[in-house]
Design a protein around this ligand. Structure first.
Ligand SMILES: Cc1ncc(COP(=O)(O)O)c(C=O)c1O
Length: 431
C-alpha cells in the first residue's frame, strides 16, 4: 500500500497558489523560473552522482560510471555561460552562491590570512563575515588544522562614504596598500550601486592580490549589460547565485578571467575548493535547467535587466511620492533591482515585514540599513522588483503597488486589492 501523502500535496499546492499566484513577491534574492526550466528539473539526474569533470575523448575525469549525459549537459552549460559572460573560465558545479564563496575561500585563503570585505552593517553578506565561510578557521599553510584561533582569518571592512551606500575609494585603496590582504571581496547583499572595481583591481593587480566580486544578486543585470561589468573592470573571480536576478534554478557559479601563471594557479586551486571542498555530486537534476536559463538570458537578458532596473527606479519614485522614506534618494534610489526603505516612521521593521506578508500578501524582508547595529532589530526593508518584472509588471504597476504598499505600511488591510493586482500577472516573461 502506498503511503499517505495528501497532507504534503495539500501544503505544496497552497504554497504554489499563495506565492505563485496571489502574493506580490519582493524578496531581492528570489525569482521565478520559466516553465521550461521547472519542467526539465524532474529528471533521472536527481538520483545520480557525477563527481569530477566531464569525460572527454582525451581524458577520463569522473569517479563513477553512467555519466555520459550529464557530461554533455555540464560541458554545454560551462561553455555557454563563458560565452554569455565573455570570460575565460567557469565552474558551474557550486550548488549555491554560498558554496561558490566557500570554494574560492578554500582555494585562496589559509589560516592567519587577511581579507577586506563589506561589513554586514553596510549590506555585506554573512559568508564574508567572521561567522561565515571567509572568517571560519582554515588550515594554516603547511600545518594540520587544529581548533583554536591561530587558524582564523583577519577581516577588515571597506570604508564607506557618509551615506553608507558607496565605498570611499581613496580610503579603500589606502587600506589595500596598508594591509596587503590575501584576498579582497567586493559585492554585497544590499546592493544598490556599482562597486569601484576598476580602482581597487588596479592596486590588487599591482600587488598580486586576488579580487573576488560577489555578484550573487546582480548576476542577471551584469549578463544583461545593465550594471557594471566586473569582468571587464578587472575582477579575478566573479561568483554568483543563478536564481536571483539571473532567473534560473537554485545553484551557483564561479567565473574567472585569468591568464597569467599566478592567476591560473588560483583557478586551479578553485577546482579542489569546489570538489571536494564545498560539494560532491552537485544536484545534477538542476543543471539542465541552468543551461536553459543561460539561453533565456542570452536571448532576453538585455531587455529583462533594463526593465528590472527601470521598474526599481520607478518604484522608488512612486513610494517617495506616497511619503515613504526610500534610501539613497539623492543618488536616484538605485542602479540595481533593489530598493532600501527606512520604515521607522511606521513602526518596527521586523513587525512591519511580518504584517505586510501575513496580512497583505506583500512579501519583503527586514534588513539593516547603514548606521544600524542590531541585525535582529533593524530599521529597514529590502525590496527587489526582479520577480514581479519577470511576471510582466512595468512602471504603471509600480505606481499601483506603491500605494498598496503605503496602505500596508500604515497597517491597513489591502489584501484583496493586492491579490487582484497579482492575478493580472501570473505568466512568466523573458523566456
Ligand atoms: C552577496 C551574497 N553572496 C552570497 C549569497 C549566498 O547565495 P546563495 O543563497 O545562492 O547561497 C547571497 C545570498 O543572498 C548574497 O547576497
Amino acid at each position: 500500500m502506498s503511503v499517505n501523502i495528501s497532507d504534503v500535496v495539500e501544503i505544496v499546492s497552497k504554497q504554489n497558489q499563495w506565492r505563485g499566484k496571489e502574493a506580490i513577491n519582493l524578496i531581492a534574492s528570489e525569482n521565478v523560473q520559466s516553465d521550461a526550466v521547472k519542467q526539465i528539473e524532474v529528471n533521472d539526474f536527481m538520483g545520480r552522482y557525477a563527481e569530477g569533470h566531464p569525460n572527454t575523448s582525451q581524458g577520463d575525469n569522473r569517479y563513477y560510471e553512467g555519466t555520459r549525459y550529464i557530461d554533455q549537459i555540464e560541458s554545454m552549460a560551462t561553455s555557454e555561460i563563458i560565452k554569455l559572460a565573455k570570460c575565460l573560465q567557469a565552474d558551474v558545479r557550486p550548488v549555491s552562491g554560498n558554496a561558490a564563496n566557500t570554494a574560492v575561500a578554500l582555494a585562496v585563503l589559509r589560516g592567519n590570512d587577511t581579507v577586506i570585505a563589506n561589513s554586514i552593517e553596510v549590506g555585506g553578506h554573512i559568508s564574508h563575515s567572521p561567522i561565515g565561510v571567509v572568517g571560519r578557521r582554515i588550515q594554516v599553510r603547511g600545518k594540520v588544522l587544529t581548533l583554536g584561533s591561530e587558524n582564523s582569518i583577519n577581516i577588515h571592512y571597506w570604508p564607506t562614504t557618509e551615506d553608507g551606500y558607496h565605498l570611499d575609494v581613496p580610503k579603500c585603496v589606502d587600506l589595500v596598500e596598508q594591509k596587503s590582504p590575501n584576498m579582497v571581496i567586493l559585492g554585497k547583499s544590499l546592493f544598490l550601486f556599482p562597486e569601484p572595481v576598476r580602482e581597487i583591481a588596479e592596486v590588487c593587480r599591482a600587488k598580486n592580490i586576488p579580487l573576488l566580486y560577489d555578484g550573487a544578486h546582480v548576476l542577471g543585470l551584469i549578463f544583461g549589460g545593465q550594471f557594471q561589468n566586473p569582468i571587464e573592470e578587472g575582477a579575478h573571480f566573479i561568483n554568483g547565485s543563478t536564481h536571483k536576478t539571473f532567473p534560473g534554478p537554485q545553484r551557483g557559479v564561479i567565473l574567472g578571467n585569468m591568464s597569467s601563471e599566478q592567476e591560473i594557479k588560483w583557478w586551479n586551486s578553485v577546482d579542489r575548493g569546489v570538489m571536494p571542498g564545498s560539494s560532491s555530486s552537485h544536484h545534477l537534476h538542476t543543471l539542465p535547467g541552468l543551461l536553459i536559463a543561460i539561453r533565456e538570458m542570452a536571448e532576453h537578458g538585455k531587455k529583462y535587466a533594463a526593465r528590472t532596473i527601470a521598474n526599481a527606479k520607478a518604484f522608488g519614485q512612486a513610494l517617495t511620492d506616497e511619503g515613504v522614506n526610500v534610501e539613497a534618494r539623492e543618488f536616484g534610489f538605485t542602479a540595481s533591482h533593489q530598493l532600501a526603505l527606512n520604515v521607522t516612521n511606521f513602526g518596527i521593521a521586523k513587525d512591519i515585514a511580518r504584517s505586510l506578508s501575513e496580512k497583505n500578501n506583500i512579501i519583503t524582508n527586514y534588513n539593516m540599513l547603514p548606521g544600524d547595529n542590531d541585525a535582529r532589530n533593524p530599521s529597514g526593508l529590502r525590496i527587489g522588483v526582479q520577480e514581479m518584472t519577470r511576471y510582466g509588471m512595468k512602471e504603471a504597476e509600480m505606481g499601483e503597488l506603491a500605494s498598496l504598499m503605503k496602505a500596508g505600511l500604515e497597517g491597513k488591510n489591502v489584501k484583496d486589492e493586492v491579490t487582484q493586482l497579482r492575478s493580472r500577472f501570473t505568466e512568466v516573461h523573458y523566456c
